[in-house]
Ligand binder design. Structure first.
Ligand code: ATP
Ligand code: MG
Ligand code: MG
Ligand code: MG
Length: 469
């Protein structure tokens, strides 16, 4: 099954079960200052969970654009080394707004995975929140073997979107991707073992969490589920790494082509290739949703992702800007599903070209400066780069500090982040006092402009120490 068919199969299944298909919202949450980016399918429905009278339909299904690069759900540093964590990804979801609850949510998930998609039961594991006997019983009811139903605590099985908001215990489905079925163990689930992959989270929305951490029950319990689309595609296409699916392969091929390299080069630098193709998708989607690179907030996130991708391209030997070409392939492949990419194509390419061009002009000298400073400061021996150097890289060469950290991480050198913050504060102080001086000069000039024209009276009168002579 290709990824297009898989997306469609998911949506059609829930439509058949009386869900209304809604389109993905933008990556920036509407009117929600608690969150930088939409990090799950439920985010656009936050207000509906909190106030059920706002619902326009009792059941909905979506494929939601998500980004996990900040806040509670942040996978930025995991991308590349993880076979299944992306910055940008699509989350498949079905939602009940005060309509069905646990039993039907579990039956629906089982029906799709086991009956429609025919995933082998001997590879599936189910988890429930520690005291959720009801969910455990319901999984048994649909046919899950008891020994494959596991209990976990807060960290894995109590879902919250951020510090505040709707939340509740959850139940997840995990998939064993290892080659030897007999090797499976319960201890692999929710561990660092990549043979076990979490695929679907069913959240039983019960509460709203406030800033003090207090939980208030929702008026009507709701269902929110989220399944990583790329992970499901990997399973159905029989690959262990999301990047080996048809969602990423065309991007990897394009990158290889732009580098003028063969597949052996990809095999030697897999993690860099994966990071670049991941970031290319994130940048393209962020720009399509109107977030242009700049130095503040959300815009700085785009800048950081783009600059990291540009740096990694340079490391792979790319001699000229290439990210607009990568975006082109993203648009070609994803445009049929996300028409905003096609509509904004020219704008996306222009912004990427400008930003990458600007950064490339300082990238090489910035790296040379970093190298010289590593030598000079003895950072290689001490394992710590002075914060002031990281600040100069940021201020003069446009290196976001996380990029400097990334560059140095391969050499096991860390950045003194406190020192970096101190340099940043000092610079802010300087520019503040600089702007005070500028302000005084400006108000003086204003005053002068407001004064009536001066008449020269020196031809007829002389003034000396206040006395008219
Ligand atoms: P993991 O434990 O693998 O980091 P999670 O528990 O953080 O996942 P949830 O918040 O439960 O993930 O999100 C629901 C689903 O979204 C997950 O079961 C997974 O399939 C998918 N998912 C989560 N994070 C990512 C990511 N960074 N990239 C791609 N898919 C993801
Ligand atoms: Mg996670
Ligand atoms: Mg998890
Ligand atoms: Mg989870």
């Amino acid at each position: 099954m290709n990824s297009m068919d898989i997306r469609r199969t998911f949506l059609d299944y829930f439509i058949q079960h009386q869900h209304v298909q809604l389109s993905s919202s933008q990556l920036v949450p509407a009117n929600d200052p608690t969150l930088l980016f939409v990090n799950a399918g439920m985010v656009p429905f936050k207000e509906t969970f909190l106030d059920i009278s706002q619902r326009t339909t009792p059941r909905a299904t979506t494929v939601q654009k998500c980004l996990r690069v900040s806040g509670k759900h942040n996978d930025f540093e995991t991308v590349g080394s993880s076979p299944r964590h992306h910055t940008f990804f699509e989350m498949l979801g079905n939602f009940s707004f005060g309509d069905y609850f646990k039993r039907e949510a579990i039956q629906l998930a089982w029906g799709l995975l086991v009956q429609v998609l025919q995933l082998p039961l001997e590879r599936l594991w189910f988890t429930v929140y520690r005291d959720d006997d009801e969910a455990a019983r319901l999984w048994e009811e649909v046919g899950a073997p008891r020994e494959r139903i596991l209990r976990f605590g807060e960290k894995d099985n109590f879902w919250t979107m951020g510090e505040t908001g709707p939340c509740g215990p959850c139940s997840e489905i995990h998939y064993y991707q290892g080659s030897d079925l007999a090797q499976q163990q319960a201890s692999g689930v929710n561990s660092d073992d990549d043979d076990y992959m979490e695929i679907w989270n069913l959240v039983f929305m019960h509460y709203n969490r406030d800033i003090q951490g207090h939980l208030t029950p929702l008026e009507r319990p709701c269902i929110d589920t989220g399944m990583g689309f790329e992970r499901l595609v990997a399973i159905l296409q029989g690959v262990k790494n999301n990047y080996e699916t048809d969602l990423f392969q065309p991007l990897i091929e394009r990158l290889q082509q732009l580098l003028g390299q063969q597949s052996s080069h990809y095999r030697a630098h897999t993690s860099l290739y994966h990071t670049i193709v991941d970031h290319s998708r994130a940048i393209t989607f962020l720009l399509a949703d109107g977030i242009a690179p700049a130095n503040e907030g959300r815009s700085y996130v785009v800048r950081r992702i783009l600059r990291r991708a540009a740096y990694l391209g340079q490391r792979l030997g790319m001699e000229r800007p290439f990210l607009a070409h990568m975006a082109q392939t993203v648009i070609e492949k994803m445009g049929p599903v996300y028409p905003e990419l096609v509509l904004k194509q020219a704008y996306i390419q222009q912004l990427i070209t400008d930003e990458e061009g600007r950064f490339r002009s300082t990238l090489v000298t910035g790296l040379q400066h970093l190298e010289a400073m590593v030598q000079q400061s003895g950072a290689q021996e001490s394992g710590i780069l002075p914060g002031s150097v990281a600040f100069t890289l940021h201020d003069t060469y446009g290196f976001p500090v996380d990029l400097t950290q990334k560059v140095l991480s391969e050499r096991l050198v860390k950045v003194d982040l406190e020192g970096y913050e101190e340099s940043r504060r000092e610079q802010q102080e300087r520019s503040r006092s600089g702007s005070c001086l500028k302000q005084s000069v400006e108000s003086l000039s204003e005053l002068v402009r407001e004064l009536p024209p001066t008449e020269f009276v020196g031809y007829t009168r002389l003034e000396c120490q206040g006395t008219i002579l």
